[in-house]
Design a protein around this ligand. Structure first.
Ligand code: XLS
Ligand code: MG
Length: 343
């Protein structure tokens, strides 16, 4: 029996296109994915605004809500809930230079329009979490944006959302780079600062994704811990990443099992999930998978996460404390490694 409720996003099952090659698998219909996610053992679905309402830019505000209500029915029919909605601000021609921090006022307005629509969609789907992955809020050419004004623009955008709807919460998903060269919100520390600068700090928290912490050269468990210490860890995206390369979104803990263990441990030790928070997986199928096996990475991630929950439960805290008291950290380290290697 798992301690956590798990979520996944429809983009986690995809056609395999990357920056160097075209799709290699057919697109799978949203309803098919939802059904399969439920079968695999997920409790909730993560959404971008246009995962819920694909033609969002062509519809008016009422039409958008109506489309989202149809998606809510699909979720209900499958016994699933929505975890969050994230405005997809990095795909549109109007956001090539960012949304909230674009140098053009009309682009910033479009970004706000999408953000308000994401809130409307979240309401229609019955959730109050808005995730901001600030994909293009940064620079490709350092001197192209004023970094102080840009930071203030992000705060202003967040505040407008918090004021638009008094029930929503903003979850900032940190990432240091990609697609931009330098992001304005690279770490959990930045997120905590943005939260305290907002009009309602209790409603602004962080979402830590393993791969993004690794890309920042930081330890994911400690990034999680930092947000927990401020009582502001609103979600996580567990996955894995082999060093500081392109964003890999590998299955959870496949690259570094001990790092995965420590993430699950810090979540469990701090009762994460007890207020309804989900453990999100944000993993991508490797391009070489065929379509029949294109959910394998999600199945594996969930299995590994649950196995690691068991490892945390069976961790001998008493023995660990003895090692700590004796300051025999070599003994502690050996215990951790042996514990992870035992069946
Ligand atoms: C990309 C992000 C994205 C968010 C949601 O790197 O992880 O998938 O989780 O917009
Ligand atoms: Mg993510």
């Amino acid at each position: 029996m798992s301690r956590f409720k798990y979520s996944a996003g429809p983009w986690n099952v995809h056609s395999g296109a990357d920056a160097f090659g075209p799709p290699v698998r057919d697109e799978i219909a949203f309803v098919t994915k939802v059904k399969k996610f439920k079968e695999i053992g997920f409790d909730a679905i993560q959404f971008h605004d246009d995962d819920a309402v694909p033609n969002i830019n062509d519809l008016n505000e009422d039409q958008i809500i109506k489309e989202a209500q149809k998606v809510k029915t699909i979720l209900d029919d499958h016994g699933l809930v929505a975890e969050f909605v994230a405005p997809r601000l990095w795909m549109d021609p109007r956001t090539i230079d960012g949304g909230y921090t674009s140098n053009r006022a009309e682009d910033r307005e479009f970004a706000m329009w999408r953000s308000y629509r994401s809130i409307d969609i979240a309401n229609a789907l019955g959730c109050n979490n808005i995730v901001l992955w600030l994909a293009r809020e940064g620079t490709y050419v350092y001197e192209s944006k004023d970094p102080v004004i840009s930071t203030k623009r992000i705060i202003e955008a967040m505040n407008k959302m918090l004021e638009y709807d008094k029930n929503i919460r903003v979850l900032i998903e940190t990432k240091p780079n990609e697609p931009v060269d330098i992001s304005f919100c690279p770490t959990m520390g930045h997120t905590m600062a943005l939260s305290s600068a907002s009009v309602d700090p209790d409603r602004v928290g962080g979402l830590l994704e393993t791969a993004h912490a690794v890309l920042a050269g930081l330890d994911p468990a400690n990034e999680i811990a930092f947000a927990l210490a401020f009582d502001k860890l609103f979600s996580v995206h567990l996955n894995d990443q082999n060093g500081m390369k392109y964003d890999q979104d590998k299955a959870f803990a496949v690259d570094n099992l001990r790092r995965g263990f420590n993430q699950v441990k810090v979540l469990m030790d701090n009762n994460y999930g007890s207020r309804g928070e989900f453990v999100g997986l944000d993993v991508k199928a490797i391009r070489t998978q065929n379509i029949e096996n294109s959910y394998r990475h999600l199945e594996n991630s969930l299995k590994i996460a649950k196995l690691l929950e068991g490892k945390v439960e069976r961790f001998d805290n008493k023995f660990a404390q003895q090692c700590i008291d004796a300051r025999d950290y070599e003994a502690l380290e050996m215990y951790v490694v042996e514990h992870l290697m035992q069946g």
